[in-house]
Design a protein around this ligand. Sequence first.
Ligand SMILES: O=P(O)(O)OC[C@H]1O[C@H](OP(=O)(O)OP(=O)(O)O)[C@H](O)[C@@H]1O
Ligand code: HPA
Length: 187
Amino acid sequence: MTPEFKQELLKVRAEARLLYSQAQLDDAVRRMATEITARYADLNPLLLTVMNGGVVFAGRLLPELDFPLEVDYLHASRYGAATTGSTLHWRVSPGTNLAGRHVLILDDILDVGATLLAIAAACEEQGALSVATAVLVDKVHDRKAEPGLKADFTGVETEDAYLFGGGMDYKGYWRNAPGIFAVEDNA
Ligand SMILES: O=P(O)(O)OC[C@H]1O[C@H](OP(=O)(O)OP(=O)(O)O)[C@H](O)[C@@H]1O
Ligand code: HPA
């Protein structure tokens, strides 16, 4: 990492606006866990984490789900280290056979929603019995891939800013930030 890039990262972190604290996110995740338990406790679901962004959310959610389930992951990326999305690149497909399974996809954010729509379609093509989505963050704007697109389970809603923390990255960094932060435009 160059000294200039390190300075940029520290400046972005220092000037960012906190939208949700870690404690607020934990409350949201517990509420989601209650909803997910009500729907899936008897369905032997397969929870598929979308790497990399989904890892923090999955790590918080899974211990709140006290019923039989399996986990796997996939890696599909539309943004890479950029702050605007392009074509979806599949890096790792799920290893588990999805045929006949109730699949719940876990990701950090529903932004445009192109990522989750493509992943859900791929799971259906592989024979999943049902496919649903759970996201920590839904960014509110009118650029959704389909009008009114929502996840089946949502943690918090945010304004239309570039976000980091809670698994979301700024140029590949700050996924580890404790809470959800908005990048200030002048950063
Ligand atoms: O709703 P969309 O506009 O499609 O964007 C949401 C997706 O973008 C991010 O992934 P990214 O492609 O940055 O990969 P990453 O998880 O490795 O950061 C995020 O983790 C979601 O998967
Ligand atoms: O606001 C965002 N931040 C980080 N990653 C993202 N992927 C889609 N939107 C975002």
